[in-house]
Write a protein that binds this ligand. Sequence first.
Ligand SMILES: CC(C)(COP(=O)(O)OP(=O)(O)OC[C@H]1O[C@@H](n2cnc3c(N)ncnc32)[C@H](O)[C@@H]1OP(=O)(O)O)[C@@H](O)C(=O)NCCC(=O)NCCS
Length: 213
Amino acid sequence: MVNVMSASQIRIVDITKEDKYEKYLHRCLAGPPSKRYKKRIKYLEKAIPKGFHKKLLITNEKIVGTIEYAPSEASYYPIIGDNVTVMNCIWVLRKAKGHDFGRLLVRDMINSEKDSSGFATIALENHWSPWFKKWQMETLGFKPLESIKVMHKIKYKGQTFSIYLMWMPNISKSKPPTWNIHELLEGITCCIVHPLYHPQTFEPKQILEKHEN
Ligand SMILES: CC(C)(COP(=O)(O)OP(=O)(O)OC[C@H]1O[C@@H](n2cnc3c(N)ncnc32)[C@H](O)[C@@H]1OP(=O)(O)O)[C@@H](O)C(=O)NCCC(=O)NCCS
């Protein structure tokens, strides 16, 4: 059976502006409910006034996708750029795949941030989680600029994986972003399901270590 969905059944809601979906500012589409994680709350308090947005894609009143982005100064990745928007996260539930919702969300971000010089994010290769796969970020329109090979200090010790800085310029001749490797190795503290999550219980500053070669 062909699943046809009309455009009128699909909407993208900016939940930094609509209270109804406030809990999704703190949690993911699926997984554990929000525990009002303090580091996330602190992050949002700083990031929202600086231009952070989180959006939900809703079809037939079901939430099936999300995108989260901010100017590079307010992103949780240490990506540095001039007027660069950083996509913190994107996710379309597998049950809604096949409708190109990922690219729809990316297009919505591009249309909302027309003055940005471009869009950056990260991607992973050889990581054990199913998240941020490089080929998926490429499908969405991002291209790799550079990469670093790392190991996790607690999980899958000895297994190396690569983190890529991904880029999609918005205007020709825009200056590509760079990143702060030192901060990147600290991991992510304000999203507990992120594959680069740095748990509060792990005291050393860096959760990742650079792997030479
Ligand atoms: C990337 C993502 C947003 C794309 O979702 P989507 O738009 O529903 O994807 P679709 O199923 O509509 O496919 C979009 C394109 O990818 C291609 N694609 C999808 N699955 C594929 C696969 N397994 N292999 C190759 N190509 C694939 C489709 O063919 C399509 O390309 P086409 O239009 O040229 O045919 C989605 O897969 C996702 O959320 N992945 C996880 C992202 C992530 O890691 N988030 C972090 C959470 S912590």
